[in-house]
Design a protein around this ligand. Structure first.
Ligand code: ADP
Ligand code: ADP
Ligand code: MG
Length: 653
């Protein structure tokens, strides 16, 4: 076993690897960028090395600096985590050339699977079923379009170098092919520096079911069952589970055998995942699944596999990389119970899952597992940390395990309802709605489920009068939970038979709410809200709702839903006039990729005006109403959060 390893990543996965390293007596070195100076992963590691400025290209993707850090700290091996350099074969070569061990597969295995087109050709040869489509070298538009027609619409255009759902476009009609192709190419070029694509049949009622595989350097390879990752938005996973609902012994046998065959075909060593797509339109069938791609690394969702198998996959990674054999044979790996993972993200579900940023002023996870279940919280942040625009906006993974799916799903509900995040827009309400969705609960999942039920899943419920009253109490410092004594109650006593009152103004979305909180002589509070809301007595509230106060705001938690109210500071002269004028501001820092309108143009509501590239994704900014453009951002401009992108002519706000 190694004495010391460096972990070339950031956030939760570093914290996760450190926990196992510590268990095995292995010392750890973290690396960090400017933005991560005080990050949890830096604090947890035995040592930490600064590797550069915040942008990933100048820090976490700088293989040279990471290798230098490993050599300087006498680490013997590098764990890449996921993302960043984890699937970069040139980095593996450089690590090896520096005399260090890469904790993962060989550069050759990664290369074999690195490009989706070549991987598919290889898998076809190895006898693994692959998605029908075109995965050749030639890339002329006319050829691709004719291949798409041959394959039959709907088709999926995919960046061959793709990952994380980027550079992918579904096309339903030949007329839309060339536009979708340019979009996919542009995104692929930006994200991967490679704009070549493949065209696949879009599978009907697609289920994403993947198989965890593990190989060692002695030619052994095993599988650790499947994971169902069909609950996806923007082709990215949100809730994962094991076993896959409706899995049959025949399909599991066919799928796991194909996965092990795929791993053996490339002499795979370490943890890997074979992703399959299954056509569930007629139920899961052993002849209706196809290879999509292999992820040659530890997966974000690996904890669900650990929960049902009892295997510590990071421990296996370290053992195999240090030259040991696989700790277990296939026959010794059993699956028990059911596990779910929900990914908590800083993102705005109602705005097309737009990534969000912000300071996590308040962050609290359940302090004990739900009844009858085991729970794991995987996170790399703590209260007071920021979700910056530089990195993936994942906040935490909530993982539960219980004896069966119904119990595990109940545990997931419970754990979500006891999680509190405030300070940034988060997907908690969306996760809770998804977990409660009737089809999801029935195990009737496919990758289109979220899209089909989107309106219901992202609907922003209005806060109840009780929630508003709780916000008013917190805003006036009355009845904030966790206080030993209410500061007002002594005042109320002092005032004898008078009623003390404080007024507060709250804003929820567009609505302004005026509340009058009175302290009664009995030590309780009465909250009078403007019509149409009702007056509420404080003793009706305390146990039901939890609140968190943070600068300028109060968040009320009701189940997994957090209602955030702005509490305007009456002394501050808000720049509200500016916000109300007809201008479109950048929702997040990014790059103006493409501008499709010019000053003087008359545009109609919904017309795309420009494309903003942020967090490596393209976001189309459309006209919110009809109007004439007075000013528009220039192509190639780097903009920060709140920069005016488009200004409309006067009186058109
Ligand atoms: P996959 O199942 O292909 O890993 P994921 O949704 O788990 O899909 O991740 C999508 C991509 O983004 C992967 O390449 C993963 O490595 C990367 N990724 C996901 N979350 C993070 C994160 N928090 N930090 C860095 N990279 C991430
Ligand atoms: P990435 O490398 O970005 O993870 P994948 O090839 O794994 O790309 O595809 C990501 C997701 O897109 C899958 O999980 C699935 O939901 C969807 N998808 C991929 N291929 C198909 C297909 N042929 N038909 C339908 N959906 C697909
Ligand atoms: Mg994938």
């Amino acid at each position: 076993m190694f004495g010391k390893i460096l972990i070339a990543n950031r956030g939760e996965i570093v914290c996760r690897v450190i926990r196992t390293a510590r268990k095995l007596g292995v010392r750890t070195v973290a690396v960090y960028s400017d933005a991560d100076v005080r990050a949890l992963h830096v604090e947890m590691a035995d040592e930490a090395v600064h590797i550069g400025p915040s942008p990933v290209g100048e820090s976490y993707l700088r293989g040279d600096r990471i290798i230098a850090a490993a050599l300087a700290t006498s680490a013997q091996a590098i764990h890449p985590g996921y993302g960043f350099l984890s699937e970069n074969p040139d980095f593996v070569d450089q690590v090896t050339a520096a005399g260090l061990v890469f904790i993962g597969p060989s550069a050759a295995s990664i290369r074999a699977m690195g490009l989706k087109d070549a991987a598919k050709r290889l898998m076809e040869k190895a006898g693994v079923p692959v998605v029908p489509g075109y995965h050749g070298e030639a890339q002329e538009i006319v050829l691709l379009a004719s291949k798409a027609r041959e394959v039959g619409y709907p088709v999926l255009i995919k960046a061959r170098a793709g990952g994380g759902g980027k550079g992918m476009r579904r096309v339903d009609h030949p007329d839309d092919f060339s536009e979708a192709l340019s979009g996919a190419r542009r995104e692929a070029k930006a994200a991967f520096g490679d704009d070549r694509v493949l065209v696949e049949k879009y599978v009907d009622k697609p289920r994403h079911i993947e198989v965890q595989v593990f190989g060692d350097n002695f030619g052994n390879a095993v599988h650790l069952y499947e994971r169902d990752c069909s609950a996806q938005r923007r082709h990215q996973k949100v809730i994962e589970e094991v076993p896959a609902p409706g899995m049959t012994p025949a399909l599991r046998k066919a799928m796991t055998e194909a996965a092990v065959k795929a791993a053996k075909a490339i002499n795979y060593s370490g943890a890997g995942t074979i992703e399959f797509i299954a056509d569930a339109s007629g139920g899961l069938k052993p002849d209706r699944f196809w290879f999509m791609e292999m992820n040659t690394r530890l997966q974000v969702e690996h904890p669900v596999t650990e929960m049902v198998t009892g295997v510590d996959l990071v421990e296996w990674q370290l053992r195999v990389a240090s030259g040991e054999k696989l700790p277990k044979t296939q026959g010794e790996i059993a699956l028990a119970g059911h596990a779910f993972e929900a990914r908590i993200y800083a993102e705005d579900a109602a705005k097309g899952f737009l990534p969000a940023t912000g300071m996590l002023h308040h962050l609290q996870f359940p302090d004990a597992p739900p009844q009858g279940a085991a729970m794991r919280i995987e996170t790399g942040v703590r209260a007071g940390d920021a979700i910056s625009p530089f990195y993936d906006p994942m906040i935490a993974k909530l993982v539960v395990h219980a004896k069966d799916r119904t119990t595990a799903l109940g545990a997931l509900h419970d754990a979500l309802a006891r999680t509190e995040v405030a300070g940034s827009t988060v997907n908690m309400a969306f996760l809770a709605a998804l977990a409660a969705d009737a089809d999801f609960a029935a195990g009737d999942v496919d990758t289109g489920l979220i899209g089909r039920h989107q309106d219901a899943l992202v609907a922003v419920a209005a806060p109840s009068d009780e929630a508003i009253a709780a916000a008013a109490l917190a805003a006036t410092d009355a009845g904030a939970p966790g206080r030993a004594a209410d500061p007002w109650s002594s005042l109320a006593g002092y005032a004898h038979f008078h009623t003390l009152a404080r007024r507060t103004r709250l804003r929820f979305g567009e609505e302004n709410i005026l509340a009058r909180v009175s302290a009664r002589p009995d030590g309780r509070f009465q909250v009078a809200l403007e019509a149409p809301h009702d007056a509420i007595n404080s003793h009706d509230l305390r146990n039901l709702l939890r609140t968190a106060r943070w600068p300028g705001h109060v968040t009320v938690f009701e189940g997994a839903v957090g209602y955030t109210f702005a509490v305007p500071d009456p002394l501050a002269k808000a720049d509200e006039a500016a916000a109300a004028t007809g201008s479109l501001r950048a929702p997040m820092p990014g790059l103006v990729k493409l501008v499709r309108a010019a000053a003087g143009d008359a545009v109609i509501k919904g017309q795309p005006l420009l494309i903003l590239e942020a967090m490596k994704m393209e976001h189309t900014i459309a006209a919110p109403h009809d109007g004439v453009i007075a000013e528009i951002a220039t192509e190639g401009a780097q903009v920060s959060d709140g920069t005016v992108l488009v200004r409309f002519e006067d009186g058109q706000g």
